[in-house]
Structure formats: structure tokens, C-alpha cells
Design a protein around this ligand. Structure first.
Ligand SMILES: [Zn+2]
Length: 496
């Protein structure tokens, strides 16, 4: 069995063969850190986390690079509008780097809780300005860019393969681009590699063209090359950024450095909420925190991080994931069923006083069958819904086994638990290594108890009984539960 992946560059499924045997270099476009992570981020980074984990399962050593965009990403995603970080800094009246710090921390906090393993390198755009200046210089030398009023623009007409990833024809681009103000560009399709800073711009660096800042696409071009070399194996990202971002990354790299950029392009599809495309402007967005706390008008209850992760993996990454309260509730129930059986197996295993390593002959066929189906699914372009279906069939068989009145050998239980740990834990990241002895409901109980205390504290404050309300807050804090009062109510987090 070999791994096959859908490569957006060829628009075909291809056999995956890394450039250097046994080693995979993977770059994934990271978040622009000007706001809290939303469920679109959750889908993207859970997707590539599972890609990362499955490649390791197959025995590859993976170097996973995922950038943090902290400068250069403009509001319009192209060359128009304010810098997203700069704008947020102005709104919150803080330094741009304070925005970057706080939202980068929130991003990792949210991804950690969703059990997304951290990338090996998380480089920041602002830490790679000299490399981006060099890229602009290289493009100027090779005649694929020109300087204009302190900007450096990539010349799209000078690069005939521009459009090969997004399959946009150059003429179509011209049609669309004509509507925009070309300004100091020679061709409306050209894009900025380096931008002149206006005096009010909060983030700027010296360059041969005056004070300025790098274009958004430049960072991924230089950071992927710096940490993975050219070409590298996998470039991941969200389908919505295929143009102009990914397209321009390729053009800049190939025009400046020659040869290919990335060999396989894996792009995840978007997330919708109740069937509608998510967008901040439409007031139709859902952050990871809102999903986890249930504080959102479309949600009836909070959902556990593992439910969110399981729900995202229950559709294929190249399909749209529709977040609805109903679908999440169903996912929560399905997930609890799975975890309930895992917990039961572990409790039975813990109670065995003598070890019998024999694995039940009949059940070992079930184990082999699961592994085969699971690998087939994952080798088929990381088909996680199929892999989960195999895991659930297995789970049903385990249920039948442990609920029969026949004794089950500790060897069989151990083999079952190891399988859960490997496929459900290591690869899919949905089965924790430790489940509380009280079973799957324990995490929900903790939630409920904290909610009861929050309600009591709110009541105390309403009655101006500040001694009681402060005591509740302080004692929860001592236990590692931090309360945070917000205009829409009190939220809590664990800080141990
Ligand atoms: Zn990127």
C-alpha cells in the first residue's frame, strides 16, 4: 500500500514519494495573528496535524514549518487596504507587536487544547525581513520585478507560468484586475514583493528602496526555502488562499531561484456555519473559544475540544465542513460512545491480576482487518471519514466482546488498547492517553461544577456580597481555574 495524495498542482491523485527517502519537508501557511483563531483555522491545522502524524506513522521523519504572519498581510488579501496587524493595533491602541504576541499565544493555546501538535519551526515574517529584501533584489536582477515609488512589484507578464496552480488564465486575470486601481503598477496583475511605508505605518524597515515592509506572499517564499530547501515536498494551506497568495509564492520562488518550489500542493476546503460561508463582515463567524464555551448564538451548549476535532475529521479535508449545532451534538454523542468503550477496556485491563499474553484468535483477525481498512483510508488522500468508519466498526466489535459474559484475556485487551492508542491516539489525535477513571463524562462534570460556582458568584455580586464573590474567585484561582469577566458573561480557563 502506498500513500496517494491529491496534488492541486496537477489536479490529480498522485503517489506520494518524498524527494529524500525517509524524510518529508512540509510547509503550511500559518495564521495572520490579528484575532482569535476561528473554526476555519481549526480545520486547517487539525488537517495538517493529521497529515503530519500519519506521515510519521508511515515511518517518515517530518520537518513541519508553519509561519506566523505578523506583517504584510493587507486587509484586501492583495495590494489594497491597511495591514491587518497594524489596523488591529490602531483599534486596540497598542503596539503592533503586542497584537502579534497576544494573538500568537491565543493561537497556540487553542491549537494545544485541540491536540494539534506544534510545528517544528514557527517562523515569523518580521524576523525574516532581510531574506525578503534579498528576494526582491534577486527578482529585480533577473528582470522579473521593477521598483516604483519605493515599492517593488513582481511583473506578472514576465512570468508565463503564473496561474498554473490556481488555473487562472492570464487574460481572465487582466479582466478582473482592470477594475482595480493600478496606481504605480505597470500592469494591474502585478503584485507587491516589497511595499513603501507611508509615514503613519507602524511597521517599517530600511531597504534599498526606502522605508517599507514586505508583501504577504514574500514571507512564505523565503521561509519555506530557508528551512526546507528547494524544492520541498508538501505545501499545505487553505483553498481560499490559492490565489493570489499561493500562486504568487510559486512565481516569486521559481523566478528568483530557478527550479521548482513545492512538489505536492495539499489544500483544505473551507468551513461554513449553518450552510453559510464564514466571514467576519457578515457577523457569521465562530471562534474556537466560542465553540468550546458554547457562547455563540448558534450553539446550544459548549463542545469539548475532542468533539470539535472529531467532528472536523469526520468529513474529508477537501470537502466543505458545515458547522451546525445539530451536527456537533451528534458528533459529541458519537465521540462519547467511542471513548466510553476505550475507557471500559482500560478499566478491565487495570483490573486483571495475572497477565495472559495470548490474543484471542478470532479477535486478532478483527484487529488486522481494522488496521488494513484504516491504512487504506488514510493512504487514499488522508480519508479520515473512512478511517473513522473503520474505527467505529472496530469499536462495535470490541463492545460485543467486552459485553459478552466470556472472559477476555489481558493480551486481547492490551492489543485492543494499543490499537486505540496508535490509530485513534497517535494518528487521529482523538483518543487521549489518559482517560479519567470516572469515564468519559468526567470532563463534562468538571465543566458543570465550575458553571455552578460561576452562577453562585454572579448571584453574590448582584447582592453586593463581594466577600463571597471574591472568595469564590480566589479559591477557584488557587485550584487553577481562572475566571474572566467579560461583557457577555464570565468565562473560565484552566491554568495549572
Ligand atoms: Zn503562505
Amino acid at each position: 500500500m502506498t500513500l496517494r495524495v491529491y496534488n492541486y498542482l496537477s489536479r490529480q491523485e498522485e503517489t506520494f514519494e518524498p524527494l529524500h527517502p525517509g524524510f518529508v519537508g512540509m510547509y503550511v501557511c500559518g495564521p495572520t495573528v490579528y484575532g482569535d483563531a476561528h473554526i476555519g483555522h481549526a480545520k486547517a491545522y487539525i488537517t495538517f496535524d493529521v497529515v503530519h502524524r500519519y506521515l510519521e506513522y508511515l515511518g517518515y521523519r517530518v520537518r513541519y514549518v508553519q509561519n506566523i504572519t505578523d506583517v504584510g498581510h493587507l486587509v484586501g488579501d492583495g495590494d489594497e487596504g491597511e495591514d491587518k496587524i497594524g489596523r488591529q493595533a490602531r483599534v486596540e491602541r497598542v503596539e503592533p507587536m503586542e497584537i502579534v504576541e497576544s494573538y500568537t499565544r491565543n493561537y497556540f493555546r487553542d491549537m494545544d487544547v485541540l491536540n494539534v501538535r506544534r510545528p517544528d519551526i514557527s517562523p515569523r515574517a518580521s524576523g525574516h525581513v532581510p531574506e525578503q529584501i534579498e528576494l526582491a533584489q534577486e527578482l529585480l536582477t533577473k528582470g522579473h520585478a521593477y521598483a516604483s515609488n519605493g515599492n517593488v512589484y513582481f511583473s506578472v507578464p514576465s512570468w508565463p507560468t503564473y496561474g498554473k496552480l490556481s488555473r487562472r488564465k492570464v487574460d481572465d486575470l487582466e479582466e478582473g484586475a482592470r477594475l482595480e486601481v493600478a496606481g504605480d503598477k505597470r500592469d494591474p496583475r502585478d503584485f507587491a514583493v516589497w511595499r513603501a511605508a507611508t509615514s503613519g505605518h507602524l511597521m517599517q524597515w530600511n531597504s534599498p528602496w526606502g522605508k517599507g515592509f514586505p508583501g504577504w506572499h514574500a514571507e512564505c517564499t523565503v521561509m519555506a526555502r530557508k528551512y526546507l530547501g528547494l524544492p520541498f515536498d508538501i505545501h499545505g494551506g487553505g483553498l481560499e488562499n490559492i490565489f493570489p497568495h499561493n500562486e504568487s509564492e510559486i512565481a516569486q520562488s521559481e523566478a528568483a531561484y530557478g527550479g521548482a518550489f513545492a512538489r505536492y500542493w495539499l489544500l483544505n476546503n473551507m468551513v461554513t456555519i449553518d450552510g453559510t460561508k464564514m466571514g467576519k463582515s457578515q457577523g457569521n463567524s465562530l471562534t474556537v473559544q466560542q465553540a468550546l464555551t458554547g457562547k455563540h448564538d448558534r450553539l446550544s451548549q459548549p463542545y469539548s475540544p475532542m468533539t470539535v476535532r472529531y467532528f472536523i475529521l469526520s468529513s474529508h479535508y477537501r470537502q466543505t465542513t458545515d458547522f451546525t449545532d445539530e451536527a456537533l451534538s451528534a458528533a459529541a454523542r458519537g465521540y462519547e460512545r467511542l471513548l466510553g468503550t476505550v475507557g471500559l477496556v482500560r478499566q478491565m485491563l487495570a483490573k486483571q491480576d495475572s497477565h495472559n499474553s495470548t490474543i484471542d484468535a478470532q479477535f486478532s483477525a478483527t484487529l488486522v482487518d481494522l488496521k488494513t481498512r484504516f491504512e487504506e483510508a488514510m493512504n487514499n488522500d488522508f480519508n479520515t471519514p473512512q478511517a473513522l468508519a473503520a474505527l467505529f466498526d472496530f469499536n462495535r466489535a470490541v463492545n460485543t466482546l467486552v459485553n459478552s459474559q466470556q472472559p477476555v484475556s489481558s493480551g486481547t485487551l492490551e492489543a485492543i488498547d494499543n490499537t486505540y492508542r496508535q490509530l485513534g491516539g497517535d494518528v487521529l489525535g482523538i483518543i487521549p492517553a489518559e482517560i479519567s477513571t470516572q469515564g468519559a463524562g468526567a470532563a463534562g462534570l468538571e465543566d458543570e461544577l465550575v458553571q455552578i460556582l460561576i452562577t453562585l458568584r454572579t448571584a453574590a455580586r448582584k447582592n453586593k456580597d463581594y466577600a463571597t464573590s471574591d472568595a469564590i474567585r480566589d479559591q477557584l484561582a488557587a485550584a487553577g481555574v481562572i475566571l474572566e469577566d467579560r461583557p457577555d458573561g464570565t468565562v473560565w480557563k484552566i491554568n495549572r
